[in-house]
Design a binder for this molecule. Structure first.
Ligand SMILES: [Zn+2]
Length: 79
């Protein structure tokens, strides 16, 4: 009886560790390689550096346009 409980606990622990290690893993490599964001800025059409696309996944704006966009959004909110 004790054995089956130990086995159940062990299986539970293995399952939990598998879930944790999956969550700890960074973004899949394919997302890093291709990026979920476009290669070019939708604002000015300039190429978005891969470093920026990695740092800000999903961004469609280059750093300049993003700064400009944020400034305008802040002005609209009256801050
Ligand atoms: Zn731009």
């Amino acid at each position: 009886m004790a054995d089956s409980i130990d086995n159940a606990q062990m299986a539970d622990q293995i399952h939990r560790e598998a879930l944790l290690s999956r969550r700890k893993r960074p973004l899949p490599n394919r997302d890093m390689a291709t990026g979920s964001s476009p290669a070019r800025c939708t604002g000015c059409g300039d190429a978005i550096p891969p470093e920026r696309r990695q740092a800000v996944p999903g961004t469609a704006l280059c750093a300049d346009c993003a700064t400009d966009h944020e400034r305008r959004a802040r002005q609209q909110r009256g801050i």
